[in-house]
Ligand binder design. Structure first.
Ligand code: PHB
Length: 391
């Protein structure tokens, strides 16, 4: 009896003594993603990329053990918020990461501010997001950043009359606005702007309206995961046959679904920050390793946002020598540059958005698969919305 309670006492002392030390030696990252629901492809891609990064780079940084806690928010903002709260209060995470859709990122911004926990947005792309908390740093992109080059290309390449068709929420409205403004400035005309609901979208009636307006082209944004449904309905309504050109952001010709889209996607001109066909040695190695680790799955821009997001956390921890103070980590991230698999990137120290090359691409068949083949690039693009606000 005595011996047993002595041992129990020892164990208790050990755990009391050890627990705080262990906690200090661990960096906890709360990863919140839509693993189920309409945007589950974003969750699947982002998780795979982060696991690959940790497999390639180890799980110890500046003497600290990195612990990943993955939670599925199913793409519902109230759930994202509740999970973030639990991660902050119960799990005492040092970093929050993920955020597959704009409303999910916005729901957490006040919590990040209050708790002084860095919120790394690897997916959501409405311009205003980084302005909602000084603790938000973004490694994805903004819709205006990707869209302005599309409008410029259209105006320069004989497109005069356009209808815009976007998903009716933050990023879609950003894309619509950026396209309409830039295209008008460059002498083009947008004759109609259509917005399709985010939940259970039926594109058909909207595509019929596009057909009736008979523009030279339709400019489209739909979020990642919706591209193949859109493309199917585009073909069913016969828009390709009617000679209405499809222009898009790369969210539509998403690498995750491009091969399911079939020949309707062939020749589609689109603009974005990442293509799995990007011909750099870094990207070739990344695509090969990603496919190998994930049953042949091709990485898309959601994978790359997450891969760069975890890289940024590792780099910041190295710079702070393992200090996990939220303000110190965000300060370390500001102005950081690296060679991403998408090309050279920098975290804008003023906006905490990502500065990156935007590529103009054309969907082509290469070795029997469809790819977004880059044929021009605009170097080191900042989010144009925030750049325009500067005095
Ligand atoms: C967003 O909700 O901000 C979002 C989601 C998917 C995209 C782009 C933006 O492809």
């Amino acid at each position: 009896m005595l011996r047993r309670s002595f041992l129990a006492g020892l164990c208790l002392a050990a755990s009391v003594g050890l627990a705080p030390a262990l906690a200090q030696d661990t960096v906890r990252i709360g990863l919140i993603l839509p693993m189920t629901g309409a945007s589950s492809t974003t969750g699947k891609q982002a998780e795979a990329a982060i696991r690959l990064f940790m497999q390639q780079n180890g799980t110890t940084v500046a003497g600290k053990k990195i612990e990943l806690i993955l939670k599925d928010d199913t793409g519902v903002a109230d759930t994202t918020k509740r999970i973030a709260q639990e991660l902050i209060v119960n799990d005492k995470v040092n970093v929050l990461m993920g955020f597959g859709l704009t409303p999910l990122a916005l729901a957490v911004a006040p919590l990040a501010t209050q708790a002084k926990v860095p919120q790394i947005v690897t997916a959501a792309a409405t311009a205003i997001i980084t302005e909602q908390s000084p603790f938000i740093v973004r490694t994805s992109f903004t819709l205006p950043q990707a869209t302005v080059p599309m409008a410029e290309w259209a105006a320069k390449n004989g497109v005069k009359k356009v209808v815009t068709l976007v998903t009716d929420y933050g990023p879609g409205i950003d894309a619509e606005k950026a396209f309409v403004e830039r295209f008008a400035k460059d002498g083009g005309t947008v004759v109609e702007s259509l917005r399709v609901p985010l939940r259970n979208p039926d594109f058909s009636p909207f595509l019929q309206r596009v057909r009736d307006a008979s523009p030279d082209a339709v400019f489209v944004f739909v979020p990642s995961g919706f591209g193949s449904t859109f493309m199917k309905q585009f073909a069913e309504r016969g828009l390709d046959k009617a000679g209405i050109r499809l222009l898009a952001t790369g969210d539509v010709t998403d690498d995750d679904q491009l091969n399911e889209m079939g020949d309707t996607a062939l020749g589609v001109i689109n603009t974005h920050h990442y293509s799995a066909a990007h011909p750099s040695p870094e990207n070739k190695a990344f695509v090969e390793a990603f496919r190998k680790a994930n049953n042949g799955m091709r990485p898309n821009f959601m994978a790359v946002g997450a891969y760069d997001g975890i890289n940024l956390v590792y780099k910041a921890l190295e710079k702070t020598k393992g200090n996990t103070d939220g303000t110190a980590l965000v300060d370390a991230m500001k102005g950081m540059s690296w060679t991403s698999v998408r090309g050279p990137v920098t975290i804008d120290p003023e906006t905490r958005d990502i500065i990156q090359d935007i590529y103009i691409r054309k969907v082509e068949k290469v070795n029997g698969e469809l790819w977004n083949v880059e044929f021009a690039k605009i170097e080191q693009v900042k989010d144009p919305v925030k750049a325009a606000k500067k005095p």
